[in-house]
Design a protein around this ligand. Structure first.
Ligand code: ZN
Length: 315
C-alpha cells in the first residue's frame, strides 16, 4: 500500500471575471498569486494559483476564471465548501476585514469547538475561515494582511453527498479516519504528516439538490501524494473499480484524476516539482507562464486571454 494521504494539495474552482477574482484572492484574502497560467485543457482561460509565499502544498487555491461564465449550483456530488486555517484570535480581525470589503459573509459560528467564519467569493463559492490554536507559523506572503492574521493554508473541504458510503470507504482507504460527528456532518482526518488541509467533512444530504458545474463551484479537490506512491494510488483506485486517468504532467505536479462514486472529482497530485520549477520564488506569478509544450503557441494564447493586471507593471 502507498503511504496515507497527508492532506489536500490544492483545490480548483470555477470563477468568472479574472480581474475581480485576482483582486479578491490577493487583495482581500491576502494570498499570493504564485502562478499565472492557462487551463491546459482550454487555453482560452487563465489558470490562477493562489497560495502562501512559495505556494507550498496544502496552500494553493486555484481558479479557472471563465469570463462571462454562468453561475453553477452548489449541491451534492461536489465539494460544497473550502476552509482555510487562521489563528484562533484572528476571527474578529477577519470578520471586520470581510465586512469592510463588502464580502458576503455570515456571523462566525462554532463547529467542533472551532470558530468558523463562512463567506462567499465574488462568484458565490462557499469559503470558510477556521480559527485554530494549532496553526503552523507557515510562510505568509507579503501583502495587505498582517502575517499574524494571515491565512496559513487549507483547513479542509466539505463534501456534499446524496449517499456517503462509498466516498467514506475511499477516504478510509486514503488514510482518513472518522474523528467526530455533529448532526449530519461527519469529520474525517488524516494523520499523514501535514499540519494543513488534513480535514474532510462529509455531509450526507439525500434530499439536497444535485450540484451543477459553473462559476462559484469547486471543480476538483487534489490530495497530496509523492512521485513514488502515485502509480500505487492509481492501482488502488482501479482495484476499487474506479476509472482514474493516466498520470498527466501538469508541469508543477503530476496528476491522476478520478471521479469517485459520490460524484466528486478527486485528483492525486505530487508535491514535486512545485511552483518554483520554472520561476524564481521572488517573481512567482508576475508573468504568464506556460508549460514548454504550449510555449510555441504563446502569441496565440496571450492574444486570446483577457487583460489582467501584473504585479510589477512590467508589460
Ligand atoms: Zn488540480
Amino acid at each position: 500500500m502507498p503511504a496515507d494521504i497527508p492532506g489536500i494539495h490544492h483545490v480548483t474552482a470555477v470563477g468568472s471575471d479574472p480581474g475581480r477574482n485576482l483582486e479578491f484572492y490577493t487583495g482581500t484574502l491576502g494570498l499570493r498569486l504564485v502562478k499565472r497560467s492557462v487551463n491546459q485543457d482550454d487555453v482560452s482561460v487563465y489558470h490562477l494559483f493562489y497560495g502562501d509565499r512559495s505556494g507550498s502544498p496544502g496552500t494553493s487555491m486555484t481558479v479557472f476564471p471563465y469570463q462571462g461564465a454562468r453561475p453553477g449550483r452548489v449541491g451534492t456530488g461536489q465539494a460544497s465548501a473550502v476552509a482555510f486555517t487562521v489563528p484562533e484570535g484572528s476571527i474578529d480581525y477577519w470578520t471586520d476585514r470581510l465586512n469592510e470589503a463588502g464580502v458576503d459573509a455570515d456571523e462566525p459560528r462554532d463547529r467542533f469547538g472551532d470558530a468558523v467564519l463562512p463567506f462567499r467569493d465574488p462568484d458565490g463559492l462557499p469559503l470558510e475561515l477556521v480559527g485554530r490554536t494549532d496553526v503552523p507559523v507557515g510562510d505568509p506572503p507579503e501583502g495587505p494582511v498582517p502575517a499574524e492574521h494571515a491565512i496559513r493554508g487549507f483547513f479542509g473541504v466539505t463534501l456534499s453527498l446524496s449517499s456517503a458510503e462509498s466516498t467514506v470507504g475511499l477516504l478510509r482507504t486514503m488514510g482518513y479516519r472518522e474523528t467526530d460527528a455533529e448532526r449530519h456532518r461527519r469529520r474525517f482526518e488524516t494523520d499523514g504528516h501535514g499540519d494543513l488541509g488534513y480535514v474532510v467533512d462529509v455531509l450526507e444530504e439525500p434530499h439536497a439538490p444535485r450540484g451543477s458545474p459553473g462559476a462559484g463551484t469547486v471543480h476538483h479537490v487534489a490530495f497530496r501524494t509523492t512521485t513514488e506512491d502515485q502509480p500505487a494510488w492509481r492501482d488502488v483506485l482501479i482495484e476499487q473499480g474506479l476509472r482514474p486517468t493516466e498520470v498527466i504532467d501538469r508541469k508543477w505536479f503530476q496528476s491522476v484524476y478520478v471521479r469517485e462514486r459520490g460524484g466528486v472529482l478527486f485528483e492525486f497530485a505530487t508535491d514535486s516539482p512545485g511552483y518554483t520549477v520554472d520561476e524564481d520564488l521572488e517573481h512567482l506569478g508576475e508573468r504568464l507562464v506556460l508549460p514548454e509544450w504550449l510555449e510555441d503557441r504563446r502569441n496565440e494564447i496571450e492574444a486570446g486571454l483577457p487583460e489582467l493586471p501584473t504585479d510589477a507593471g512590467e508589460r
